[in-house]
Design a protein around this ligand. Structure first.
Ligand code: V55
Ligand code: FE
Length: 496
C-alpha cells in the first residue's frame, strides 16, 4: 500500500507525523515549580511506512520514544524511533514488511522469524534502565540521555519468557519490579511468566503458570503480600491467525477470572476466582489489603473498548453505548473458596495514574481520563480512535470527583505523576493536551492542532494548569508515559 488508509487509526491525533525532532527551550507560559527536575517520557505509536493492509490499527505502529526534559526551568523536547529489529528491517527496505497486528502469518516471507514487536506502549524506568515495552515481545533498552536504542533487554540472557508486559508494578517500599509476560512460551500459548527484579534491576525470580484461556493480560496488580492477575474474555486463536485474521476476539458469553497468589509464593498455589461474564478491562488502578480483604480497583467496561476486538468476536456495539465505571472487586482471602464482590465506585474512564508511594497500598487519590459530554465531540485519534477530553482526580475512599475540562475539541493524553518533597504538598500531574487551531468546533479540521504539556497541582486539577509548555508541533497520540527524576537519570546505567 502506497498511502496511509484514511481510517480512525490514521487521522486526527493518529495522523502519522514521522518526525525525529530535537527542540530546545520550548515557550513556557506560567511558572514551572523549581522542584520539577527530570524527564517525562512518552511512548508514541507512529508508523514509519504505510501499512501492508487497509485494516491496519494504531497498536501495530512503530514505537517512538519522546522526552520532555526539565532543566532548571528550561524544557527541551526530543522524539526518536525505537530501533527495533522490525523498524530497522523496514527502514532498510523503505516499506512495511510486517503485516497485521500480532499476526506473523501475514508478514512478508523475507522477515520470517524476526522480532515483530514495535515497543510502542509504555516507557518503564527501573534499575537504572529505561525500557520501551510492548506486551508481545521483550522491552528495548533506550539511553535516557540520547534516546538511542541500546537493544532488546532480556536481563543479561536470564529471562526465559518471550514477552514482557507493558504494565509492570514497582513496590514503593522494596523498590522491586513485579512483572509478567503472557504468551510467554510462544504465539497463543497459555504460558504466563511471573517475575521479580530486585531494586538494582537483577532478575531474581521467574515462574511459569498457565492461564485458564489465552487472554490479553494487559495489566496486573500487587499488594503488600499478593500478586493479582485479573483476566478478561478477549482471546487469541491460532487457527484464526493462520487464516490471516485478528489476534484478539472478545467473547461476551465467557466469564472473567481473578488469579491470586502470595507475591513471593509459588505459582502452583495460584487461586482462580470466577468474575462477571463478558466484561473487559485494560488497566487496573490499584489494589490493597484491608485485613483479610483484598480490594482491586479497575477501569471496567461491559464489553471490550476496542472496536476491532469486538468486531472479531461478532459483537456489534456503538462506542457511545459502552457502559464503564471504575469498579472495586473485593475478595475475602480467608475463605476456603473466596468469591468476588463487585461495586461501581467512580465515573467511567481509563489511563489511571497513582502517586508512586501508593502502589499496592491503601490510597485515597488517583487521576484518570474521561469523556466530558459538555466538552463537545471527541477529537479522533488515540489507541481506540476517540480521545478523552477531561482529567479526573478521584478519591476512592469517599467517591469525591474533581474535573478539569479542556478547550472545545481538545484531547488529553495520560498524565504522569510528579512527587514533591515538601511535606503537605501533593505533587503535580502533567499531561499533553492537543488543542485545535480553530476554537470553533464546527470549523475544526482533524489533525490540525498544536500540542502543549500542561502542569497541574495534583490536588487542585479543577483550577487548570499552572504552566503550559508549547511544543509548536502537532504530536501524534501517546499511549502511556512516565516521570523520571533528575537523580534517577543521573544514576542511570547508560550515560550520555
Ligand atoms: C493496548 C495497547 C497496545 C496493545 C495492546 O491499551 C493493548 C491497550 C499500544 O499497544 O498492543
Ligand atoms: Fe496500557
Amino acid at each position: 500500500m502506497a498511502a496511509d488508509p484514511q481510517t480512525i487509526h490514521f487521522i486526527g491525533s493518529n495522523t502519522p507525523r514521522r518526525m525525529e525532532i530535537s527542540r530546545r527551550n520550548l515557550v513556557v507560559e506560567g511558572e514551572i515549580p523549581a522542584e520539577i527536575e527530570g524527564a517525562f517520557f512518552r511512548a508514541v505509536p507512529d508508523n514509519a511506512h504505510a501499512p501492508m493492509f487497509e485494516d491496519d490499527i494504531a497498536l501495530n505502529h512503530d514505537g517512538m520514544v519522546a522526552r520532555f526534559n526539565f532543566d532548571h526551568g528550561a524544557v527541551d523536547f526530543d522524539i526518536k524511533y525505537v530501533e527495533t529489529e522490525r523498524y530497522l528491517a523496514e527502514k532498510d527496505a523503505r516499506k512495511a514488511l510486517f503485516g497485521r497486528y500480532r499476526n506473523p502469518f501475514t508478514d512478508d516471507p523475507s522477515v520470517a522469524g524476526k522480532d515483530r514487536t514495535v515497543a510502542n506502549t509504555t516507557p518503564v524506568f527501573h534499575g537504572g534502565r529505561l525500557l520501551m515495552t510492548k506486551e508481545d515481545g521483550l522491552g528495548y533498552e533506550i539511553n535516557p540521555h540520547t534516546l538511542e536504542t541500546a537493544g532488546r533487554w532480556d536481563y543479561g540472557g536470564k529471562l526465559k519468557s518471550e514477552t514482557f508486559t507493558a504494565h509492570p508494578r514497582i513496590d514503593p517500599v522494596t523498590g522491586e519490579l513485579f512483572f509478567f509476560g503472557y504468551e510467554a512460551g510462544g504465539l497463543c500459548s497459555l504460558d504466563v511468566a511471573y517475575c521479580i527484579a530486585d531494586e538494582d534491576g537483577n532478575l531474581v525470580s521467574e515462574q511459569w503458570f498457565q492461564q485458564p484461556y489465552c487472554s490479553t493480560i494487559h495489566d496486573f496488580v500487587i499488594t503488600e503480600n499478593y500478586a493479582v492477575f485479573p483476566i478478561f474474555p478477549t482471546l487469541a486463536d491460532l487457527d484464526r491467525l493462520k487464516a490471516g485474521g485478528a489476534h484478539w476476539a472478545h467473547h461476551q458469553d465467557l466469564p472473567s477470572y481473578l488469579g491470586i497468589m502470595k507475591r513471593y509464593g509459588d505459582v502452583k498455589d495460584i487461586q482462580w476466582i470466577e468474575g462477571p461474564v463478558g466484561v473487559s478491562c485494560f488497566h487496573e488502578v490499584n489494589a490493597y489489603e484491608d485485613g483479610d480483604l483484598i480490594h482491586i480497583d479497575l477501569c471496567l467496561t461491559d464489553t471490550n473498548a476496542f472496536a476491532f476486538m469486538r468486531e472479531a468476536g461478532g459483537i456489534q456495539r456503538e462506542q457511545q453505548t459502552i457502559h464503564g465505571a471504575v469498579t472495586r472487586w473485593t475478595v475475602d482471602i480467608s475463605k476456603a473458596t473466596p468469591t468476588l464482590e463487585t461495586k461501581e465506585i467512580g465515573p467511567p474512564g481509563d489511563l489511571c495514574r497513582l502517586a508512586d508511594a501508593d502502589q499496592g497500598r491503601p490510597y485515597n487519590r488517583c487521576w484518570y481520563l474521561t469523556m466530558n459530554p459538555q466538552g463537545g465531540p471527541p477529537m479522533p485519534g488515540g489507541p481506540v480512535g476517540a480521545n478523552f477530553n477531561a482529567l479526573i482526580r478521584f478519591e476512592p475512599g469517599n467517591g469525591r470527583v474533581s474535573l478539569m475540562g479542556l478547550p472545545p475539541g481538545a484531547a488529553i493524553s495520560e498524565p504522569a505523576y510528579v512527587p514533591s518533597c515538601e511535606t503537605g504538598h501533593g505533587g503535580w500531574v502533567m499531561s499533553v493536551i492537543d488543542i485545535p487551531l480553530n476554537p470553533d468546533p464546527s470549523q475544526q479540521i482533524p489533525g490540525e492542532y498544536l500540542s502543549e504539556l500542561w502542569i497541574m497541582e495534583a490536588d487542585n486539577v479543577e483550577a487548570g494548569p499552572i504552566a503550559r509548555i508549547k511544543t509548536g508541533l502537532a504530536l501524534r497520540s501517546q499511549v502511556h508515559g512516565t516521570w523520571v527524576s533528575r537523580e534517577k537519570l543521573d544514576n542511570s546505567v547508560l550515560q550520555g
